[in-house]
Design a protein around this ligand. Structure first.
Ligand code: SAM
Length: 223
């Protein structure tokens, strides 16, 4: 009955599902192999994380504007970063710096027990919080603050992912990494960074480059 009264709603759901399947196939072609990541991207309703006017572009493999000069990241990059966190082994909790739309947090929340995410821009923090609750992601905890300082009260963290680019990895984030913890972050000048995976081995650090990426800058201070 609901389907008959609101055929467009039903139709949109089915189209979105088909488009998500196509996106997953594309990510597989691009080399994403982790089933947990492919399944999560095939599940999370990316069209809900962008403005309605952009919903028809939500399953293209591109970054899209989310207001306040920020973007929802390209699905391939979300997938690569998530794979880079998962590859060294399983984990329960991850700290994300740069909530933005909340999409990456939702993808992580499909895979791990708890996602902690920090956003500096208040309206984005509020919107992402509302949406994640509405979509039932009760394992995501949000905070509005300058994420360069991490979330010291809740650390250390097994994994940290930074979804904005900085010239260096902030010391506070290194310090909040657990032994054998892994941090993934774009490092370099705005729009032209290297995706770095940093692994803590006791007193030693292993630094790997996972290729070039283009992210908005990590900015100190909250607004
Ligand atoms: N992960 C997001 C998503 O899935 O939509 C994409 C994030 S967008 C590329 C980068 C985000 O990082 C922006 O929302 C920006 O406001 C935020 N950001 C930049 N500097 C920050 C900081 N110091 N602390 C917290 N968030 C920050």
């Amino acid at each position: 009955m609901v389907g008959l009264r609101h055929p467009h709603v039903r139709g949109l759901g089915m189209t979105a599902q088909r488009n998500r399947k196509r996106l997953v196939d594309r990510l597989y072609e691009e080399g994403i192999r982790d089933d947990r990541v492919l399944k999560a991207i095939g599940t999370v309703q990316r069209h809900r994380f962008v403005d309605e006017a952009l919903a028809n572009m939500a399953y293209r493999d591109t970054a899209l504007p989310i207001g306040h000069g920020q973007t929802i990241s390209q699905p391939l990059i979300v997938a690569r970063m998530t794979e880079a966190l998962l590859e060294p082994g399983p984990f329960d909790t991850v700290l994300e710096v740069g909530t933005g739309s909340g999409y990456q947090a939702a993808v992580l929340a499909e895979i791990v027990d708890q996602v902690l995410t920090v956003e500096r821009i208040r309206p984005l923090y509020q919107r992402a919080g509302r949406l994640l609750r509405e979509l039932g992601y009760h394992n995501v905890r949000l905070r509005q603050s300058d994420g360069s300082w991490g979330w010291p009260q809740l650390g250390p963290f097994e994994r940290i992912v930074v979804t904005a680019g900085g010239e260096q990895i902030p010391d506070a984030l290194r310090e909040q990494l657990a032994p054998d913890g892994v941090l993934v972050m774009p490092v370099g000048p705005s729009g032209r960074q290297e995706l770095i995976r940093l692994t803590r081995h006791g007193q030693d650090w292993e630094r790997e480059s996972l290729g070039l990426v283009s992210f908005v800058p990590l900015v100190s201070d909250k607004i």
